[in-house]
Design a protein around this ligand. Sequence first.
Ligand SMILES: C[S@@+](CC[C@H](N)C(=O)[O-])C[C@H]1O[C@@H](n2cnc3c(N)ncnc32)[C@H](O)[C@@H]1O
Length: 354
Amino acid sequence: MAPVATDSSAQADGRVGKRIENYTGFWQKDLNKEGKADTDNRVENYTDVINGYYDGATGLYEFGWAASFHFSRFYKGEGFYASLARHEHYLSAQMKLKPGMRVLDVGCGVGGPAREIARFSDVNIVGVNNNDFQVGRARKYTKRAGLEKQVSFVVGDFMKLSEQFGENSFDAVYAIEATVHAPSWEGVYSEIKKVLKPGGVFGVYEWCMTDSWDPSNPEHRELAHAIEIGNGIPVMRPLKKAREALLNVGFEIEHEEDLAERPDEVPWYYPLEGDIFKAQTAWDLLTVWRMSRSGRFVTHHGLWFIEKLGFVPKGTWEVGETLKIAGDALVDGGQKKLFTPMYLVICRKPEEEK
Ligand SMILES: C[S@@+](CC[C@H](N)C(=O)[O-])C[C@H]1O[C@@H](n2cnc3c(N)ncnc32)[C@H](O)[C@@H]1O
């Protein structure tokens, strides 16, 4: 591993040092607004906020989690990777994806779900992502998997999909835990609807505050803020707003369910709890350990050290610190049922616009 440049210039791999460094500073300024969150500023600057976060966090996600940057449900005894794949299969089955369909993956990360869904459903997938670094990694892993004819990736903003792809160009679109980063749900959902062919299906796992979340309760507000800062999210919104936005832009909802409400014995957030006794397989001990007190201690000091040596861009350590805030807030939100990362909606673009 060669040391990376730590100045503010863009790096060959697509990361931008200045963006990563600015991420924590951005939130510090945000917090200084005398207790009033400056969500307008975050929404206006969503590209920089999110890219700063993912430039810093991508390597940490891949190290601590997997190439699929999302949560999943668990059967008792189910391995971590099997559960991630099952969550992806479930979405494609609910969407009834058929071989040969042209499918768009909105906010595709490093392409873990796209590769899995392409194999599972025999569809052709284009992944779009506004983070150059992740797109580079997605292409590399896809080539390694021999799937480059079936799965491709482009850099692009999901708020401008119709400009990039043209209207009526996909049979199906899905988004896994990505559209929460949008400055507005109406904005991103209406772009998704435009690029879908009439009669096309859109499936989404959305991150939301649940209907039990009360924005007038300071503790609930604090929880939402910790999720925002820890995950590069402009503003956390309640589930009913996602439903409203889908309907407002003209989708017909065929199925909706908060999968976190299923009575699972092993909750979706268990890998973040850091309790190695809860690991479902011996192989998963390492994943769970990384989130434990000792695992965090090692990562905290190890990351600081490799940043000082110049092996990761400056600011990565600080982004790593915000990931800990995220982990704790997500577990808290999950346990209290105030937050869900898996509000599943399957909806359709009408054959004829009314
Ligand atoms: C939590 S990750 C999920 C990634 C992927 N869906 C997965 O499950 O592995 C959110 C993704 O949304 C992407 N994203 C955020 N804002 C975006 C935007 N405006 N346009 C395109 N992609 C965006 C991020 O770069 C990141 O890849």
